[in-house]
Ligand binder design. Structure first.
Ligand code: ADP
Length: 216
């Protein structure tokens, strides 16, 4: 049997169809939100439910800092002030991390991208792997509540950037100036969805799962 000149029992043909189905079913998510909005916590739930690889640029920087790598020493000078780490450094680290998971079902990006340049390069990079962002989920929480959450996280974790109100305020400023333009970047692609990030942790997960299932 032939279809469009292609033999239907050609293994290459069916292999290609399976590959396309695989690409379509891949979910690549961005978890978006201000510092302390709960991205890391929720990423863990989403990762389990959809069998994704969780990549947190904040965690990657902190691992490098605690191992005193060159990258860690460089990042530390920015992170401790509450500034963003420069794009070139962050992007290189992220690409290296994605490349260590060639067989992933999909990725959940937490804390990346945080600037328009990072978002543009992420799209280009994913397209070289025949991948793309499926959707962006923003956790919405009021700044006053975030300050309380961050200060109490700083007491437990010892994170220097969580212990000082002026550093926290600087992180909000970095977010408002450099990260918030991404809302529009993903809105015009119809990939931006807001979720209320206040309430019971499990209720928030349920809101995220609904958003994913309804929009994927
Ligand atoms: P939070 O979301 O609570 O601010 P993260 O753990 O995501 O914490 O990030 C901690 C810090 O690491 C940020 O304040 C910033 O300095 C740095 N960082 C993390 N991700 C990025 C990024 N994509 N671009 C630049 N800097 C980053």
């Amino acid at each position: 049997k032939m279809l469009f000149g292609i033999k239907l029992f050609n293994y290459w043909f069916w292999g290609y169809i399976c590959f396309l189905i695989f690409l379509i079913t891949m979910i690549n998510l961005i978890l978006f939100g201000k510092p302390g909005s709960g991205k890391g916590t929720q990423a863990e739930f989403v990762k389990k439910k959809y069998d994704l690889i969780h990549i947190s640029t904040g965690d990657l920087f902190r691992n490098n800092m605690s191992n005193n790598t060159d990258l860690g020493l460089l990042a530390k000078s920015y992170i401790e002030k509450g500034d963003l780490v420069p794009d070139e450094v962050t992007i290189k680290m992220l690409e290296a991390e994605v490349n260590t998971h060639p067989n992933a079902n999909g990725f959940i990006f937490d804390g990346f991208p945080r600037t328009t340049v990072q978002a543009e390069i992420l799209d280009q990079f994913l397209s070289t792997l025949n991948l793309s962002i499926s959707l962006t989920i923003a956790l919405e929480v009021d700044e006053n509540l975030l300050i309380d959450r961050l200060i109490s996280r700083g007491k437990d974790s010892g994170r220097a950037d969580d212990q000082d109100r002026s550093k926290i305020q600087n992180r909000f400023n970095e977010y408002n100036n450099k990260t918030s333009p991404l809302i529009n970047f993903y809105k015009i692609q119809n990939k931006f969805f807001k979720v209320n990030g206040v309430g019971d942790i499990n209720d928030i997960s349920a809101r995220i799962f609904n958003t994913i299932d309804n929009n994927i």
